[in-house]
Every structure is written in structure tokens, then in C-alpha cells.
Design a protein around this ligand. Structure first.
Ligand code: SF4
Length: 372
């Protein structure tokens, strides 16, 4: 029986930044334009009802992630309503709430609210000003860097900082060497950092990747690994910890690696239940279920137990013949579906990052062989 692991809630369908790599606003899919700008109180009520209903059906909890667009655009009052309603029904131990924000709108009033209802905050930031300005600008072309740094300072100075500030999330910018990026986040003294690959697929190579066989991202992440393991007091890097754990025979804790499947659903601002929205970069409408369902009249469990969700879930592990005979499959998992897309074979390809995954996994295995 499929279960819910993560519910990603689009509290706002717009953003106060205009990042050049954004899969929501810069991609082929323009359905966000038809979404209400903010989730209504009625939709919040339906959402909470559906989550409580789902919690009663599962014997383990699930993560609730507030996302956007920019989730703080929901506004203080509605965020308070949402968080209060969630926490009145779902405990912070079993149903962690996290907020992925660009930080530009963050203030102490928000932080006190998040502290009260036990919601932690991850800040999106790609690196120092020069690196961050490569993609993360406002619609007017202005830098967002100093606003984000102010948000990080607010988080660090809050009395509940240890709980509130979970870390930073960056998209890898090859223009900035891994050492420079690692040193920058170290100097900021963030509690953890994590990195995403640039969007791309077999038909559309990611920025800075010259061919399917090239290893620019593999080389960058190997450099990052070097900084990480040679640091006497390292700052946690989640994706590297995940890969190291997998190489040691353990499990991944996040989709996109290993062989575990995760039950992930998205709720749009109008209450529509969607597939993982990273699929949007494949083709227009890739994240729509064939029958459009809304939380106002459909339970999450009905969608989770549907054949289409089963197919979606299998997609996380369904891999090409090349992957099935690859010695790294149990660690790599074939890569996230969005990176495997081609118009010709759909998702039945190795990841566009296959060569990068191979060199990084080989490096980790070599290091473990010499040290464990
Ligand atoms: S390394 Fe490449 S071939 Fe091997 S499982 Fe990953 S994507 Fe597939």
C-alpha cells in the first residue's frame, strides 16, 4: 500500500524573485498563471482535513514542506492560520514542517511564528554575491544577495535558532569553484548545506555540461567532497552524506538516489493534487494526473492508491537497460526522472548526469576502501 512520505504545499504560486533556472517560471509549463496567487483559507481547511485523514491511515508520519513560488507570499495571517491548524492536529515529532524560502521577506515576526508552531526554515542561496547573482535576481534584475544574508543573520540571532535554521539549499553553479562555495558557506556558519543539480535532460543538456559523457558536475562535486572530508570541523552536506551512506550499504533519506521509492504529492494553491513538480521540466503538463483531483473532494489516499500513482512511484526506480546492468545502480538509482527525459524514450534513459554520478560514486568508493 502506497504511503505519503512528503507533501509539498504550494502556499503561493508567484515569486518575488525571477531566478533564471527556475523550473516553475522559466520552463515550458505555464499553468502557474492560472493558479490563485495565494492559497485561500477554504483550501487550507481542506488541506488540513486531508492531511489529518491521511495521518490516521498511516502508521508512520510524513514531512510537510511549504514551497512556492515563494511560500512567505502567503502572508503572515494565512501562514499563521495554516501552521496553527496543522499543529493543532499533527505533532511536530511525526509531522515535521519545513519552509523552503528565498528569505527576502523573512522577518522576526515570521520567525516567532515558525518557532511557536515548530516549522524550520531552509534558505535558498547559491553562494557568494558573484555566484548568487548568476541566477537569483529580482524581476528588475537586482541582486537578492544582501536580503538573503540579512535573513540568515535573523535566523542565526533568533533565540530558537538551533531548531529554526535547518541550512541552505543551492543550485550548483559551475562558474564558482567548489572550494569557493564551500568556504563561503563555512564563513557564514550555516548549520548545513545541500546542493541541487541544474535542470536538464537527454534532449537539453544542463547549463555548463558539454556532452552526455562529460563530467563537469562530477568533477565539481568531487572537489566539494575533498573540501568536506578534509575539513576538521565540516558543515554537513546532505547529498554527500546520503551517497556515502548508500556506498556503505545504508539507505538514502531523499528521492533521487538509491532504490527506495518515496510517496510525494504536491498541492497547488487551488487545491489540485499533482505529481512531483520537478517533472514539469520534461514537457508541458508532465506533473498533472490524468484525472485532475482536488483536495476539496478527493482524499490523498485515493490518489496514493491509484494505478497512476503506482506508475509514478515506479518511475523513481524504473531505469533503462544500461542502468539495470550498471554496478552503481543501487547507489545512483538511475537518477531523478526529470534528468532521464528524452522525447524519444520518455524516462527510459540513464540520467543526463550518468557520467558525473559515475565519477563521484567511484571516488567515494575509493576513499571508503582506503579508510574504512
Ligand atoms: S551511473 Fe549511469 S548507468 Fe549507472 S545507474 Fe546511474 S544513470 Fe544509470
Amino acid at each position: 500500500m502506497a504511503r505519503l512520505d512528503t507533501i509539498l504545499v504550494k502556499t503561493a504560486s508567484r515569486c518575488n524573485l525571477d531566478c533564471s533556472y527556475c523550473y516553475v517560471y522559466q520552463g515550458k509549463d505555464t499553468s502557474w498563471k492560472e493558479q490563485p496567487k495565494r492559497m485561500s483559507l477554504a483550501t487550507i481547511d481542506h488541506l488540513v482535513k486531508r492531511l489529518v485523514e491521511q495521518a490516521e491511515l498511516q502508521d508512520i508520519g510524513f514531512a510537510i514542506v511549504l514551497h512556492g513560488g515563494e511560500p512567505l507570499l502567503l502572508g503572515y495571517n494565512r501562514l499563521e492560520y495554516l501552521l496553527k491548524s496543522l499543529r493543532e492536529n499533527l505533532s511536530s515529532e511525526d509531522y515535521p514542517i519545513s519552509i523552503q524560502t528565498n528569505g527576502a521577506l523573512l522577518n522576526n515576526k515570521f520567525l516567532d511564528l515558525f518557532s511557536l508552531y515548530r516549522a524550520n526554515v531552509s534558505i535558498s542561496l547559491d553562494g557568494d554575491k558573484e555566484t548568487n547573482d548568476l541566477s537569483r535576481l529580482t524581476a528588475q534584475g537586482n541582486s537578492s544577495f544582501y536580503d538573503v544574508i540579512s535573513a540568515i543573520k535573523l535566523l542565526q540571532n533568533h533565540k530558537d535558532s538551533d531548531f529554526l535554521f535547518s541550512g541552505t539549499l543551492s543550485v550548483i553553479q559551475l562558474e564558482s569553484p567548489a572550494k569557493k562555495t564551500y568556504d563561503f558557506f563555512k564563513s557564514l556558519n550555516v548549520p548545513s548545506m545541500d546542493f541541487l543539480l541544474q535542470d536538464g535532460n537527454i534532449d537539453r543538456l544542463p547549463k555548463g555540461k558539454s556532452s552526455l559523457l562529460s563530467t563537469e558536475y562530477g568533477d565539481w562535486t568531487i572537489d566539494l567532497l575533498g573540501e568536506y572530508i578534509n575539513d576538521d570541523s565540516p558543515i554537513r552536506i546532505a547529498f554527500l552524506d546520503d551517497l556515502i551512506r548508500l556506498c556503505l550499504g545504508g539507505d538514502s533519506i531523499k528521492e533521487g538516489k538509491g532504490s527506495q521509492k518515496y510517496g510525494i504529492l504536491i498541492i497547488e494553491t487551488d487545491g489540485e493534487i499533482r505529481k512531483n513538480d520537478t517533472l514539469r521540466s520534461s514537457y508541458d503538463g508532465a506533473d498533472f494526473f490524468s484525472i485532475r483531483e482536488y483536495i476539496s473532494d478527493t482524499s490523498l489516499n485515493k490518489v496514493l492508491q491509484s494505478e497512476e500513482f503506482q506508475d509514478l512511484s515506479n518511475l523513481q526506480c524504473k531505469t533503462s537497460d544500461i542502468c539495470n546492468s550498471c554496478s552503481y545502480l543501487s547507489i545512483c538509482g538511475g537518477g531523478m526522472p526529470l534528468y532521464r527525459w528524452s522525447d524519444k524514450n520518455a524516462y527510459d534513459n540513464p540520467s543526463v548526469y550518468c557520467s558525473d554520478h559515475m565519477v563521484l560514486i567511484k571516488k567515494i568508493k575509493d576513499i571508503l576502501k582506503d579508510n574504512v
